[in-house]
Design a protein around this ligand. Structure first.
Ligand SMILES: Cc1cc2nc3c(=O)[nH]c(=O)nc-3n(C[C@H](O)[C@H](O)[C@H](O)COP(=O)(O)OP(=O)(O)OC[C@H]3O[C@@H](n4cnc5c(N)ncnc54)[C@H](O)[C@@H]3O)c2cc1C
Length: 554
């Protein structure tokens, strides 16, 4: 029989990357876990890293995204059911998330307070989970954030929490009282305004029994399969936050109608819907008219997760790029040995390490209730979300290019990540909104200004560029000249200083020192100017030391 020549002699193609431990191969993450108070979780994270990095798991991620959810608005008899059908791989991924507790673990103590280091430990796990698949992180983070806002409500504490604070995934559309696990979503955005939620028109009417009925809509309502959503609606006292269950307390369907699912650039495994509320039963959460602060309590946690999830995707993109460069030859040499590629890879590795360090530091601020940490996270959460999510988009595109044409195909995870990255920048408050929030935090609160400067000072004297940038920053904070048009520039300076300080303070090994110095030599260079693309650091980077640390293969 005649042979097909092209498939016979394939060479110089990179072997698949899978079956490696996402935790033990990541020095930056392991060290951050130690630094940020989550060291007792290291054994659990080591197990999670092994479980997450399997070929089987990466294949579930691919399948869940290649087979997006389907909405069944009606059943065969024509009855309204608003049911979502997911690929089996989605459910496998969700089971893993629930088993590892990434949806609720920090809240699972009886007294409702997080255990020491619980948010940082969860963040490290979440960061690894994001390396595999991100659509499933949407209901995961919304549940994590919602509980922060729900836990002080006696009814929810009694009837809902025992069913949410479990490590089980239960996808059945039945009343929560019969479920082994549950998920919570969030609905703020309406057609006429998302960032400006004051434009919301959905109305809530109070009934004699103290419950409310909501009529209106939400233009984005992700994970409509969740057991309940926190939503904003207007009462006579203004915007208020409501708990809107999918099923009524007596088990009947609530008046929530899924109009259609969004056809999205990425985040394809996750269902994002448009919904109408018709006399939907709701329970008031927090005080009437105080809906924005109540729901923002949830939003602060989901913003933290935007940072952590993006840092996770950045890490996976770097690992994919380094793995490829270690196996692929061009012009007679491995890519990893070519100076210009080394510059690119080292620069990507630095960015990823800085994102990991920042995400973990921010998570630690959520573990503490000292005034100083609360003041720090007030400004740092929005700032980090802005900057890390922006950098993630650029990093994913550059890492994809390292893989050449293969990177652009759906067989590799990088194409999916490049599509996924921008959504973290858009939802939960898009870039400009985050920067305006940073200005508000600095402008309004002396405690925040003090906490930020205090957090940065230990790194002074360790790098010339850091010291000069700090001076600039302190001057603009002190002068009170912050204005909206400069909000992005100010936020960038704040975040890169924060990242620089974290890397400098943690520079205990040769590799970590190289990453810290490389970061400050490029990102904080205001004299020569930092190049606009990755790979322009050139001689400022100790590429060998950085690459030795970037990814320790199993
Ligand atoms: C996949 C996906 C899922 C989503 N899921 C949910 C969900 O489950 N629940 C939910 O409530 N929402 C959800 N959203 C909506 C998301 O949170 C909003 O799209 C986002 O907050 C922006 O709101 P908008 O679309 O109305 O844009 P706009 O508010 O119109 O903003 C448009 C642009 O203008 C900028 N802008 C706004 N105001 C200013 C200003 N004062 N100065 C400078 N620039 C400004 C914004 O930064 C943005 O870049 C989802 C979005 C996506 C893409």
């Amino acid at each position: 029989m005649e042979r097909i020549p092209a498939s016979d002699a394939v060479f110089n193609q990179t072997p698949p990357l899978a079956d490696y431990n996402l935790f033990t191969t990541d020095p930056a993450l392991k060290e951050a876990v130690q630094r940020e108070g989550a060291e007792s979780a290291a054994p659990e994270l080591t197990l999670a890293g092994a479980a997450l990095g399997t070929a089987v798991n990466f294949e579930h991620a691919r399948l869940a995204n290649r087979n997006p959810p389907i909405l069944h608005a009606f059943n065969v008899q024509g009855e309204r059911i608003d049911s979502l059908e997911f690929h089996p791989s989605w459910h496998v991924l969700m089971q893993g998330i629930a088993a590892r507790g990434y949806h609720t673990s920090p809240w699972a103590r009886v007294d409702g307070r997080a255990a020491t280091g619980a948010h940082a430990a969860r963040a490290a796990g979440y960061l690894m989970q994001a390396q595999v698949e991100c659509g499933t992180l949407c209901p995961t983070t919304m549940t994590y954030g919602a509980i922060a806002a729900m836990r002080r409500d006696p009814w929810l504490q009694r009837d809902w929490m025992p069913h949410l604070l479990t490590r089980e995934y239960d996808a059945r559309d039945i009343p929560i009282g019969h479920k082994r696990g549950g998920l919570i979503g969030m609905g703020m955005t309406e057609k006429q305004g998302g960032s400006d939620v004051r434009a919301n028109t959905s109305r809530a009417l109070r009934c004699a029994d103290g419950s409310y009925r909501i009529t209106g809509h939400k233009w984005f309502f992700s994970a409509p399969q969740c057991d309940a959503h926190l939503v904003l609606a207007r009462t006579d006292r203004g915007l208020s936050c409501f708990f809107l269950p999918r099923r009524l307390p007596d088990g009947r369907r609530n008046g929530i109608y899924v109009q259609r699912l969004k056809d999205k650039l990425g985040n394809r495994s996750n269902a994002s819907s448009e919904v109408e509320f018709v006399d939907a039963w709701a329970h008031l959460l927090g005080a009437e008219g105080r809906g924005i602060p109540t729901i923002l309590e949830m939003g602060t946690y989901t913003r933290l997760d935007c940072v952590t999830g993006t840092a996770g995707m950045m890490r996976q993109a770097v690992v994919q790029a380094v793995h490829h460069a270690r196996h692929r030859q061009a012009f007679g040499r491995l890519l990893i040995d070519q100076p210009l590629m080394q510059s690119v890879l080292a620069d990507l590795a630095i960015e990823s390490e800085a994102a990991t360090a920042l995400a973990m530091r921010l998570a630690r601020a959520f573990d503490s209730d000292t005034d100083e940490e609360i003041a720090l996270r007030r400004a740092l959460t929005s700032a980090a979300k802005f900057w890390v999510c922006k950098r993630g988009c650029e990093l994913a595109a550059e890492a994809m290019e390292v893989l050449g044409g293969n990177g652009y195909t759906e067989e590799m995870p990088l194409a999916r990540m490049a599509r996924e990255m921008p959504v973290n920048s858009i939802w939960e408050g898009s870039g400009n909104i985050m920067c305006l929030d940073v200005l508000r935090a600095f402008g309004k609160s002396a405690a925040t200004r003090g906490a930020v400067l205090h957090a940065l000072t230990p790194a002074l004297g360790r790098h010339r560029n850091f010291d000069a940038a700090f001076e600039r920053f302190a001057a603009s904070v002190g002068a009170g000249t912050l204005n909206e048009a400069h909000a992005r520039r100010f936020t960038q300076l704040f975040v890169t200083l924060m990242q620089g300080s974290l890397l400098l303070n943690a520079a205990a090994s040769v590799g970590a020192r190289a990453a810290a110095e490389g970061f400050c030599a490029t990102r904080l260079d205001f004299e020569a100017g930092w190049g606009a693309v990755f790979g322009t650091g050139g001689a400022a980077l100790d590429v060998n030391a950085i690459m030795d640390r970037a990814w320790i293969e199993n």
